[in-house]
Design a protein around this ligand. Structure first.
Ligand code: XIL
Length: 392
């Protein structure tokens, strides 16, 4: 699948063209494979996939994707199965996909992805049982004080039960911390908080554990990565929440760190992030990097330089994260720039194509792919020292 371009031939052509800027333009124009990046970026040129590299270190690499993408784009599906050891549905298990009506459940799209994972010997994870976004139109006119708990319990019981025995982990609650909303304990002002109070978290995790005792139950959170006042507040409130849940005997097994990286959220500080990971691990929790990508809207348009900066963001965070034995998995939110939420949600001001993920739009490996590969290869944590990815 990887382009066997004659490196020597292409390198001579590019030398004749001149600047790296010319290379950058060409590489996007003609889809020149990242193999050429190796010529200029000094990247290792190994065949092993991210799936293989991660597994060698007792880790799991995966990505989010969708049923339509993997069904219709056969080349993409093949590259996804080659590079990924875990699949998480991007949208198919959200309330607005699974719940067409107050009494109805639609598992078709989710089943499509669970089957793709099974056929390709991949782990499957669920996302997200409780979130303030992606709620169906009927939700706000149907769910109230009298029925909120029953509706929450029945949703989780039915959905987790449907995939019981097939699911590595579930993002049980997603993005419940939002300190900028000035709610007590930094909790996000969501319908669930308003209707049930903070105990909605305990209800959610306990119901999920009862529905599938063998799946890893994850609390998933964003804005945890940077040395900024906002991220510091998110880290502190998230730690307090996890302590409260654990102290109360609520079955939470892991923290999901979304890791949507950007260029504007302040600077990454290895010591600050390492200390946070240690504190989470100290609560006897595993850690998953659940939604990595780099929002590149404010990074230079020159492709070679932009790819280099993006790969540096992956590498600086993962080189810290993977040295924490509690970190068990790394997932990107999409695998190829051809299919990324960043295009619609964070479009570049210059209208240039976004480049947030490990593979380019032609599924060639980019510098970001090589950065993730190096992070797996170079972690000092041995497989035996790493926390196990599965529930015992
Ligand atoms: C996004 C999906 O990628 C979009 O397709 C959808 O329209 C909105 O949600 N954090 C999350 C994910 O936990 O569920 C979000 O995914 C991205 C941010």
């Amino acid at each position: 699948m990887k382009n066997k371009a004659t490196l020597f031939g292409r390198r001579e052509i590019l030398k004749g063209i001149g600047s790296l800027a010319g290379y950058g333009a060409l590489s996007s124009l003609f889809g020149l494979p990242s193999l050429l990046t190796n010529a200029f970026g000094g990247e290792n040129n190994s065949a092993d996939s991210l799936r293989e590299r991660a597994a060698r270190k007792g880790l799991v690499f995966g990505a989010a994707s969708g049923c339509n993408l993997l069904t219709r784009d056969k080349e993409f599906a093949a590259r996804f199965a080659e590079e990924c050891g875990m699949l998480v549905p991007e949208n198919e298990l959200m309330w607005n996909a699974v719940r067409p009506s107050p009494d109805g459940f639609n598992f078709g799209p989710g089943d499509c992805l669970a089957e793709f994972a099974r056929k390709n010997n991949m782990l499957f994870r669920g996302h997200a049982l409780v979130w303030h976004e992606a709620l169906p139109a009927w939700f706000h006119r149907t769910v109230g004080d009298q029925n909120a708990e029953q509706i929450l319990r029945s949703h989780i019981n039915k959905v987790v039960g449907h995939y019981a025995g097939k699911t590595h982990s579930w993002d049980v609650v997603n993005e419940a911390i939002a300190p900028w909303q000035r709610q007590p304990d930094g909790m996000r002002d969501t319908p669930w908080l308003r209707l049930l109070g903070p105990k909605y978290m305990d209800i959610s995790f306990r119901t999920a554990a009862a529905a599938d005792p063998k799946t890893l139950l994850v609390y998933n959170q964003n804005h945890l990565e940077y040395d900024s006042k906002g991220s510091e507040a998110c880290r502190n409130h998230t730690l307090n929440l996890l302590r409260r849940l654990k102290t109360g005997g609520t079955p939470v097994h892991a923290l999901g760190i979304q890791a949507h990286l950007t260029s504007e959220d302040g600077k990454f500080n290895p010591q600050v992030f390492r200390k946070f990971l240690r504190e989470v691990a100290g609560l006897d929790l595993k850690i998953m990097m659940t939604e990595m990508d780099v929002i590149d809207r404010d990074i230079t348009n020159d492709i070679f330089t932009r790819d280099k900066i993006i790969s540096g963001k992956y590498e600086e965070l993962l080189s810290v994260a993977l040295d924490e034995p509690a970190v068990i998995a790394v997932l990107t939110w999409g695998l190829s720039d051809k299919y990324t939420w960043v295009r619609n949600y964070f479009p570049r001001r210059d209208d240039a194509a976004v480049r947030p993920l490990p593979l380019d739009e032609s599924f060639h490996r980019k510098q970001a792919w090589h950065a993730i590969a190096r992070a797996f290869d170079q972690t000092n944590v041995s497989p035996s020292a790493r926390k196990k990815a599965m529930i015992p």
